[in-house]
Design a binder for this molecule. Structure first.
Ligand SMILES: *Cc1c(COP(=O)(O)O)cnc(C)c1O
Length: 475
């Protein structure tokens, strides 16, 4: 019988206490952190939705797996268990462990990219883009038009635009060493890619003889969306869908900190023998011997078990239901969010929620700070604080002003989420009182991690959205 309540399909054997704080204490703590949530001690956060990366709760079987970890430098049995678990889902020829996803990206780009190269994807994640650009190559985002509209409903907003991909391959195919696809599309709101689109991209790659590489951090969540939303897949198992996804690719990069349910790890997988040989040579230089990469044997064991657990459909049903639950409750309150709700996070549209705060007074930061002072909740601004700083020191508003609430896997229960919703209700009622912020100190790049902020007085005269030239020069 179908019931409305989808329960957490696990019991809790081990607990971590949450330190409770009150509003006055949090107002002091966030002031002392210069209103930057990255500066808070995690102990001072009640519900931490900063990221779903590396924050998963491991299962009893994974903790037991740690004890099986064999720390032999070469040929550890833990490596072979890891390799078998990966190949069970992703049957690539060569599986090369790394300490996390970006190490796999750096090694891959070191082999395939050069200053003439253009590497397309639906949307490159920021570390992927940075690893491409550091070789001098160009990272090209080709997500479908619908994927750029926060209010539009579309079942597969992560799809790559196949027409634009075809044009790029036809016009400049000799400069395209690989085509990538991020599943789910993290930077585009955790939106899935359909199997039809994956097949279409793979066919174009084959036609132009270009290897097709998946950035597969959230492959299981993507597969579950395919099962739910794509015609013809409703009665396939998630594991079958996962295998079909990877059967179309020539390789993958992976952050095990996402859909392998561990706190650290990653890998690069390739079919091509020559590339794999080069990758292993690089791996030895910077990560370690090919049977451990940057990891301990016990980490490889935890990944091997995590990969079996992540394709469990009861887990995935609960996972998707819990993200959707938060998104739907916020929508019911009137809080504007990016729709449809993605797999790992809810993205709140702070520009629409706080229209009285102009983009360069950082509505996302205002909302993120209010969530912290109201309930000790930590989300992350994804807007003009993160993307507004230009290389010449000037400032431009970002395309969207969002606050991301990422849901760690198997960590919080429904009552934690109900608490978040209640805090949102309070913030929503007070939304007109929230004021913007100014940045009082910032580094020359990636300012969101370390910038200092100061709240603006409620009656402060709003700045123009573009920074006057003399201010830009002075900063
Ligand atoms: C997290 C992530 C990465 C990078 O992985 P790390 O383990 O953080 O280095 C790459 N791509 C996507 C889509 C990610 O979400």
């Amino acid at each position: 019988m179908d019931r409305d309540t989808i329960i957490e399909p696990f019991r809790i054997k081990s607990v971590e206490p949450i330190r409770m704080t009150d509003r006055a204490e949090r107002e002091r703590l966030i002031r002392e952190a210069n209103y930057n949530l990255f500066n808070l001690h995690a102990d001072d956060v009640i519900i931490d939705l900063l990221t779903d990366s590396g924050t998963s709760a491991m299962s009893a079987a994974q903790w037991a797996g740690l004890m099986q970890g064999d720390e032999s430098y070469a040929g550890s049995p833990s490596y072979f268990r890891f390799e078998e678990a990966v190949k069970d889902l992703m049957p690539f020829e060569h599986i090369i462990p790394t300490h996390q996803g970006r190490a796999a990206e750096r090694i891959l780009m070191g082999i395939v990219a050069d200053p003439d190269a253009k590497i397309p994807s639906n949307t490159h994640f920021d570390t992927t883009r940075a690893n491409i650009e550091s070789t001098g190559a160009e990272a090209v985002d080709l997500v479908i038009e619908e994927g750029l509209d926060p209010d539009l409903e579309h079942p597969f907003k992560g799809n790559i635009d196949l027409d634009r991909l075809e044009t790029l391959l036809e016009d400049e195919g000799e400069n395209v060493p690989i085509v990538m696809l991020t599943i789910t599309n993290n930077s585009g709101g955790g939106q899935p890619v359909s199997l039809e689109n994956i097949r279409g991209a793979a066919a174009l790659c084959e036609e132009h003889d270009v290897p097709f590489i998946l950035d597969a951090c959230r492959f299981a969540e993507n597969a579950y969306f395919i099962k739910q939303r794509e015609d013809g897949y409703g009665d396939h198992s998630v594991k079958e869908i996962v295998r079909e996804i990877f059967s179309h690719a020539d390789g993958m990069t992976m952050s095990a900190k996402k859909d392998a349910l561990v706190n650290i790890g990653g890998w690069l997988a390739l079919d091509d023998d020559d590339w794999a040989r080069e990758a292993r040579n690089q791996l030895i230089l910077t990560e370690g011997f090919p049977t451990y990469g940057g990891l301990a044997g016990r980490d490889l064991e935890a990944i091997a078990v995590g990969l079996q657990e992540i394709v469990d459909e009861d887990y995935l049903e609960y996972r998707m239901a819990s993200t959707r639950y938060l998104g739907e409750a916020l929508t019911d309150l009137g809080v504007p969010i990016v729709t449809p709700v993605g797999g790992h996070a809810v993205y709140v549209n702070a520009k629409a929620l706080l229209p009285h705060i102009p983009p360069l007074e950082y509505p996302g930061q205002a909302l993120a700070v209010a969530l912290y002072t109201t309930g000790g909740i930590r989300g992350v601004e994804i807007g003009s604080v993160m993307f507004g700083q230009q290389p010449d020191g000037s400032e431009e508003p970002a395309r969207m002003e969002l606050v991301r609430l990422a849901i760690p896997r198997r960590v919080y229960t429904q009552s934690h989420v109900d608490y978040v919703i209640e805090c949102f209700e309070e913030v929503y009622d007070r939304r007109e009182e929230l004021t913007g912020f100014e940045i009082t100190e910032e580094p020359p790049q990636l300012r969101h991690f370390t910038a200092h902020f100061q709240p603006l007085e409620p009656d402060a005269v709003h700045r123009e959205t573009s920074v006057p030239e003399e201010v830009a020069r002075a900063s």
